[in-house]
Design a protein around this ligand. Sequence first.
Ligand SMILES: [Zn+2]
Length: 277
Amino acid sequence: MRNLGLILELTRWRRAGHVARLWWRDDDAAGSATTLDRLLLDRLIVVAGKTGCPVTLAVVPSGDMSGLAARLAAAPAQVGVAQHGVDHTNRREGPVAGEFPHDWTAAQVREALARGWAGIATLPRAIKVYMPPWNDVHPALAEVLAGEGYAALSANGELDGETGLPRLDSHLDLMRWRGGARFRGRRRFLSKLTTELRRRRLAGHWDAPVGLLTHHLTHDTGAWTFLGEFLTWTRARPEFAWTSLPQLLPAGSQEAPPTKAAGRPRRATRRPLAHAA
Ligand SMILES: [Zn+2]
């Protein structure tokens, strides 16, 4: 990855003796999927399998989940599942999208969440972590999630939670959205990664994971190509460690064990792609 700012930042991490933790969330797999949707999810699962990077699918609990369940049962063990909303329907008015109007009571939110979780709870490697569509956080959401036994909330941009509920956000969006979904671009993506690493270093939050966010249904050729290169490159760099979502949760909050693929990169293979384009 030719990005001078990133290489300099990684040098600072290495000199400080710290390893940057990465985790990967992919959104919008659902029971109600077309044939094309299924092929795109298969492609994502292949990328995860080939690179050995753990990925958590943020699954929308809508439609018949049996087909998705069968495919997940055959997928590599590092492909996990969490809850992406309740039906991915925007019920908010105005420019900000969200499933729960903010005048809904906590009881209404709780009821919707429970219905959604029931739809995905039996999927292989499902973990009770909530990932709201459009990153919309209802005022009562954290309180309801904690009360319902969710292990964490995952939205966008934060380093940790303020409410007591663990917060595992995404920070690096592979896509740009304004004007139509397309690959964010190599330079923009790597600059954002550099910014996120610097933010953690300056705050002393060395262990705060950096979340990669992908949307397999919208990837163009540039996004697919870069994703594979980025995962392979980071797997080989000693400054990074890929972690699964269960590994990032407080001990005992979930049952799923770490996978063989997760964890620190193998140092024997360091830097084979350090100068790849
Ligand atoms: Zn979504």
